[in-house]
Unconditional design. Structure first.
Lengths: 458, 97
């Protein structure tokens, strides 16, 4: 009894430290301290749990802890910054899986009331969906699955119908389990169906919608912990899980707003390619060689860089930073304009540029760069497409009409660094490429930047 | 009664979470997610109790599995978040380097 009192007391302290950690995350200068605070809270919670009276042996705990810590540490040290979206979705999945396993452990080993069984089933369902959904998201991001699934929305006829059947089956087995919680067959069926449901939820979603999915799965991994906490009667699990859940929900809504789409539209519709595009794009595409582009770079007094997923693919962030330094030495002001859904997860571009040593004060949000767009001599679009598409502003009937975009076309000059004329993930033409003040610089973004850098040094 | 009390904690935590996370700038959204991943590894404290139950093999096996998984989340999540945050620098700090 006394132990329980001490444990719960320390849990309160841990919860406070998680909250303080999040609070410190509100500014880049204090964020690292925040992460450390949160980690300390976690360490306290783990250590104090070891005095729990129900624990008889410590060997297995030690084995699990050490093995997990080693795997986690190796992964964290080795992962490339370009693979952050994959890592985050993988960690989401592992989080969901561990909540799932804890809930199953509770269900099969402890005699519990009906209300607890129901909570456990909810936790198992969310945990399974998080696990399998994150695994599919991870496969899509890393391209490990066949090219049919890779990055493309996978939609088939009767998908909604199949999903309905799965939901009913999950409900049916859930009810059966609530009546006879000890039946292993019902549990297996419930688990299998929940896992399949997670897969079905994520396969219809395309690469450009990944920021929404990752945020949502992040939220689920918290909610799964929360559900387990309610069933285990553990306050700390509830508080921590709720914080993670809230974080994921906020990010999800930020991402949805940035795409001007509702969550259900992202989740259930795929990206419908609108065939009735009545808009007419006038003008012609004008390209420029990197040699000629250099003269514009040299003359520019203020330069805005707009990165997108293509910059991550081309690994062009370091070359960009090098060019930024040269431009600054040349007397120009350089800033970056980052769209909320640029890349494959929230904040993807910021992390890549931070790794390339770009100071964070230069990473501006869309709302900060748009009002003064006319004052930039040059806007450089690197591997971004839909997020700078002026059709969102001026072409009613375009599938992305109404989406907030970075108004690159309003800058005095625009360079678009791009491999070819292929359209973006949304599959729509980009009128920006046809504007009078736009020049396309075709080729690999990294090569183009390096070529400009070489001319600066000559 | 206990359930009502736990729900109360849940609801208050969600509101608190909303208020706190709203203030996190967009530039830190990726570290926020990986940090949240680490926090969701809190399941570890639930798993430990099962893994330490020597009287029930199933509890032990499942508990140890969950401890292993959650430990990956906790250690991996915090370390990678720290690695990312260490890269976010201001101009002055960079020049000082």
């Amino acid at each position: 009894m006394q132990n329980e009192f001490i444990i719960n007391g320390v849990y309160v302290l841990s919860a406070v430290m998680f909250i303080l950690g999040l609070k410190l995350l509100s500014h880049p200068s204090t964020a690292r301290k925040g992460n450390l605070t949160s980690a300390t809270g976690m360490l306290l919670a783990i250590v104090i749990t070891l005095i729990d009276q129900n624990i008889i042996g410590y060997e297995w705990i030690a084995v699990g802890l050490v093995a997990g810590a080693v795997v986690g540490a190796v992964v964290a040290k080795r992962v490339e910054f370009t693979s952050m979206p994959e890592l985050v979705s993988l960690l989401n999945g592992i989080g969901g899986l561990s909540s799932l396993v804890v809930s199953v452990a509770m269900l099969v080993t402890v005699e519990v009331d009906l209300s607890i069984v129901m909570l456990l089933l909810i936790a198992i369902l969310i945990g399974s969906v998080t696990f399998s959904g994150s695994f599919i998201a991870w496969s899509k991001l890393s391209g490990n699955l066949s090219t049919i699934i890779k990055g493309r929305p996978m939609v088939f006829k009767g998908q909604a119908f199949v999903n309905m059947i799965i939901i009913f089956a999950i409900l049916a087995f859930g009810i059966l389990l609530a009546i006879t919680p000890s039946n292993p067959h019902f549990l297996h069926a419930f688990l299998a169906l929940s896992v399949i449901f997670g897969i079905m939820l994520v396969i219809p979603i395309g690469g450009a919608d990944m920021p929404v999915v990752i945020s949502l799965l992040n939220s689920y991994s918290g909610l799964a912990a929360c559900g387990a906490g309610l069933a285990l009667d553990n306050n700390l699990l509830i508080v921590a899980g709720a914080l993670v859940g809230a974080s994921g929900i906020i990010l999800t809504s930020v991402m949805c707003k940035a795409m001007n789409r509702s969550l259900s539209n992202v989740l259930f519709s795929g990206f419908q390619t609108v065939s009735t595009q009545e808009m007419k794009i006038e003008g012609e595409v004008k390209s420029i060689s990197s040699e000629d582009a250099y003269y514009v770079f040299e003359a520019a007094q203020s330069v805005l860089i707009i990165p997108g997923y293509g910059m991550a693919v081309a690994q062009a962030q370091h070359a960009m930073k090098e060019l930024q330094t040269l431009l600054e030495e040349n007397g120009a002001e350089v800033v970056y304009g980052i769209h909320p859904v640029a890349g494959r997860m929230p904040g993807h571009m910021n992390v890549l540029l931070a790794e390339a040593d770009v100071p964070y004060e230069l990473l501006l949000e869309m709302d900060e760069v748009n009002p003064r767009m006319e004052s930039y001599d040059l806007a450089v679009v690197i591997g971004a497409n839909d997020v700078v598409n002026p059709a969102a502003r001026e072409m009613k009937g375009s599938p992305i009409y109404g989406m907030p975009v970075i108004n690159a076309d309003l800058a005095k000059n625009v360079f678009v660094l791009k491999r070819g004329m292929a359209s973006g993930f949304a599959g729509i033409d980009n009128p920006l490429f046809f504007k009078e003040n736009t020049r396309m610089v075709f080729g690999d973004a990294k090569d183009t930047l390096n070529s400009v850098i070489r001319q600066f040094s000559d | 009664m206990s359930f009502i009390y736990l729900s109360m904690i849940l609801i208050l935590s969600i509101f608190l979470g909303f208020e706190l996370i709203r203030k996190v700038p967009a530039t830190l959204h990726t570290p926020l997610m990986s940090g949240a991943n680490a926090v969701s590894g809190i399941t570890l404290v639930g798993a430990i109790v099962f893994a330490g139950n020597d009287n029930n093999l199933w509890a032990q096996v499942l508990g140890t599995t969950a401890v292993f998984l959650a430990a990956i989340n906790v250690v991996g999540g915090y370390l990678v978040t720290d690695r990312m945050l260490s890269k976010f620098k201001t101009k002055e700090k960079q020049n000082a380097k």
